[in-house]
Design a protein around this ligand. Structure first.
Ligand code: FAD
Ligand code: FES
Length: 327
């Protein structure tokens, strides 16, 4: 396979991204699962597989762009970088605050107007060229900024950079918005119950989706399950409690999956749920045929819950997922 005109040997069953990384080429990537689109390349010659085009816009497909992490190297003869600058836009950091010791809230004001849905994600690139995805937690119709919630990951490149190096007024690069996990207002589903299940900062896209549905005057009930290990990680507790007080069809269920001792239990809220958010939520579903599910956060939780939901009678088109896949 040729990359930027140079011949590279390929190994059986590897993807184009595998080949490039094995040859120590500096290419951008993040989720490795075909979601984030940060590994886009241009196929100069060869057959692009359907998986490597999945989720791309018509323009990108016409231009022979493809996802390097999903493309077998064996069917591509020649690839080239694409103009990343054409994909990335700029945004100013207008607010930075802590929601919890390990959860940062960052607000970005795009330099050029941007269209997006709450629940989609953007890719952020640091000065080293590392790219990671972060979900949009607010409603574009009512606010001129993009709000992100970032979990600090020990030794994580992008999360550490955002926590420790990025300051108010800085201009950062982002791509997107991308992804299909968002609320679609439709007269046929306005009465459906929405079941939102998120772990950790999986609550970020979900609060955006909930606000979007409430803004669109969704008539069905909206059930928000936030799964965390410790009480301190319920970083949206106040905001979700406020929504519950404000809207009669919004219900919030904090769920603790970690070990809790007696003293901690006495400090917890009387309506605290103990166990995994996904188990508690699935058990509560009474009418699977009219329930719409949104699953965000830990990829193991998202994938396992999707399977269980299908078995319990929820149709696949009513299940929206946003697994926070990581390398
Ligand atoms: C579609 C999508 C949306 C996402 N939205 C959000 C969001 O809204 N908020 C958010 O905080 N994150 C989100 N993520 C995850 C985010 O993109 C990064 O993966 C995460 O911030 C870690 O990046 P890093 O550069 O800090 O760590 P890296 O340098 O990539 O990783 C350092 C080490 O930590 C491990 N690691 C990485 N992430 C985790 C994790 N979550 N748990 C345990 N170990 C981990 C890695 O395997 C590696 O060993 C999303 C991911 C996807 C694909
Ligand atoms: S889509 Fe290829 S790394 Fe995310």
């Amino acid at each position: 396979m040729k990359y930027q005109g140079t011949d590279l040997d390929i190994v059986e069953n590897e993807t184009v991204l595998d080949t490039l990384l094995r040859h120590k080429k500096e290419v951008s990537y993040s989720c490795l699962s075909g979601l984030c689109q940060s590994c886009l390349l241009h196929a100069v010659k060869g057959d692009v597989s359907p998986d490597a085009k999945n989720g791309l816009t018509g323009t990108a497909i016409t231009r022979n762009h493809f996802l390097a992490c999903q493309q077998p190297a064996s069917t591509i003869d020649s690839v080239a970088d694409i103009d990343l600058n054409a994909l990335f836009s700029h945004a100013v950091v207008v607010e930075k605050s802590l929601y919890a010791a390990d959860v940062l809230c960052i607000k970005l004001e795009p330099v050029n107007p941007h269209y997006y849905h709450a629940g989609q994600f953007i890719n952020i690139r640091n000065s080293q060229g590392d790219v990671r995805s972060y979900s949009i937690a607010n409603l574009p119709a009512t606010e001129p900024f993009i709000e992100l919630h970032i979990q600090r990951i020990a030794k994580g490149k992008l999360s550490t950079w955002l926590f420790d190096m990025v300051n108010l007024g800085d201009i950062i690069e982002f791509q997107g918005a991308l992804g299909h996990c968002f609320y679609v207002p439709d007269s046929s589903n306005i009465d459906n119950d929405l079941m939102l299940i998120g772990t950790g900062t999986g609550a970020a896209p979900l609060i955006g989706i909930a606000k979007d549905a409430l803004h669109a005057k969704h008539k069905g009930d909206i059930h928000f399950y936030h799964g965390v290990r410790t009480i301190e990680s319920l970083y949206l507790h106040q905001q979700l409690t406020n929504l519950e007080e404000q809207y009669p069809n919004f219900y919030y269920y904090p769920c603790l999956s970690g070990e809790v001792n007696g003293e901690e239990k006495s400090l917890a809220f009387y309506y605290m749920n103990y166990g995994r958010a996904s188990d508690i939520a699935l058990e509560a579903i009474s009418s699977p045929s009219t329930t719409q599910l949104f699953l965000c956060g830990n990829p193991n939780m998202v994938n396992a819950t999707r399977k269980m939901a299908l078995l319990s009678g929820i149709s696949s088109q009513n299940i929206n997922t946003d697994p926070f896949d990581h390398i």
